[in-house]
Design a protein around this ligand. Structure first.
Ligand code: PMP
Length: 394
């Protein structure tokens, strides 16, 4: 058989994380590698009840084809319950439902990137976004993250010297992988630069509601007066990722084009899943559920940060994340965390080496640790084992 893949297909790489997760599935492994929410907190009883109701009461529509833009009740409840409370006041023609925000990332590439177009990304950034965009062959412009978000002085320098980027991709809240949050001041300045230099901004906000300390900051979209921010939301981290429900909020002209793209891709997100999610949002209180999740994650985060403080060599630094699922660890420049991963796995501990979160893949001395899915006592043991591996190099 002779099959010649397209250039696009050849640009698509297996996600290193997904490959790693296969290795870390062994039960004896203490895994800080995934980005998974804690499955023991999924509201199983209420979802079981609701699923039955949806099938018995509205099965003929719930199991039928439906509209590409998504189930109206679901879009309305997202607008009311999730978006209005953070200052995003949108109408039905400004929102459509995606199969998770990963699909929205792929569609963004399809919508905006011509081969060779420049795309501005944070450095590091979500590797699933880098890979999704890569299929459309952009050229990445990396802007390093500082403690309070992107280095906007550097961004401004690039823009002043004529950088014409197709869009800028940012995860302002509890970023994946770094755990860093963009300050309010930087949010305002980024928007003002975007307005000045006519830049489209993709705001990816899966962790925005997982605030473990302090206040939730206003999304860029809530301060967008020119319709230039495309906002991506999802239930994956606050509810369940398996339902695959995300949403995109943007200018009606942009949403209209996105919907055409979705039509050609999968016609629609599962009618059944959308109805189950909508009914849950209407009959139960997702905010209460999020409060419960946050309590558990906060304890786990505290245990991880305290254990790292107590056992890591003093020159190893890490993000004191105020929310989300991750902390980001920096070791000596001469160390390669991919090699460290092999040593850690031999001690039954896993994490994600940081290199693949950099568009240029050149920084080897970082690692991403997830604190949401391991019980506290396992986190302590895992960090102690990791410290033994790392401290040897100091
Ligand atoms: N964006 C970011 C920053 C993420 O971390 C993730 C999930 N790891 C996604 C998008 C995709 O999430 P989903 O498709 O489950 O909504």
């Amino acid at each position: 058989m002779n099959v010649e893949f397209s250039e696009r297909a050849n640009r698509i790489k297996a996600s290193e994380i997904r490959e790693l997760l296969k290795l870390t599935a062994r039960p004896e492994i203490i895994s800080f590698a995934g980005g998974l929410p804690a499955a023991e907190l999924f509201p199983l009883e209420s979802l079981a009840e609701i699923s039955k109701e949806v099938i018995l009461q509205e099965g003929k529509t719930a199991l039928q084809y439906s509209t590409t833009e998504g189930f109206n009740d679901l879009r309305e409840v997202i607008l009311k319950q999730r978006l209005a409370k953070v200052g995003i006041f949108a109408t039905l023609d400004e929102i459509f439902i995606t199969s998770g925000s990963q699909q929205a990332l792929d569609f963004t590439g399809k919508l905006l990137i011509n081969e060779g177009d420049q795309v501005i990304v944070e450095s590091p950034t979500y590797l699933g976004a880098l890979n999704a965009f890569l299929a459309y062959a952009p050229s990445y412009v990396e802007i390093p993250l500082e403690e309070d978000g992107m280095d906007l002085d550097l961004l401004e320098e690039h823009l002043k010297s004529g950088l014409k980027a197709k869009f800028l991709y940012t995860i302002p809240d509890f970023q994946n992988p770094s755990g860093i949050t963009m300050s309010l001041e930087k949010r305002k300045r980024l928007l003002s630069l975007a307005n000045q230099y006519d830049l489209i901004v993709i705001e990816d906000a899966p962790y925005a509601e997982l605030v473990l300390e302090g206040d939730q900051l206003p999304p860029l979209k809530s301060m967008d007066t020119e319709g230039r921010v495309i906002y991506l939301g999802t239930f994956s981290k606050t509810f369940t990722p398996g339902l695959r429900i995300g949403w995109v909020v943007g200018h009606p002209k942009i949403i209209h084009k996105f919907i055409q793209i979705k039509q050609g891709s999968d016609l629609q997100t599962s009618s059944l899943d959308q109805r189950i999610a909508a009914r849950y949002m209407l009959q139960y209180n997702l905010d209460e559920h999020i409060e419960l999740i946050k309590k558990v994650y906060k304890n786990r985060r505290d245990v991880m940060i305290n254990a790292m403080r107590a056992s890591f060599h003093k020159d190893i630094t890490f993000t004191d994340s105020k929310g989300g699922l991750f902390t980001w660890v920096r070791v000596k420049e001469t160390m390669d965390t991919k090699l460290i991963m092999e040593e850690a796995l031999a001690r039954n501990v896993a994490f994600v080496p940081g290199a693949s979160f950099f568009a240029s893949g050149d920084k080897k001395n970082y690692m991403r640790l997830n604190y949401s899915c391991m019980p506290e006592e396992m986190i302590e043991i895992g960090i102690r084992r990791l410290a033994e591996v790392l401290n040897k190099y100091y």
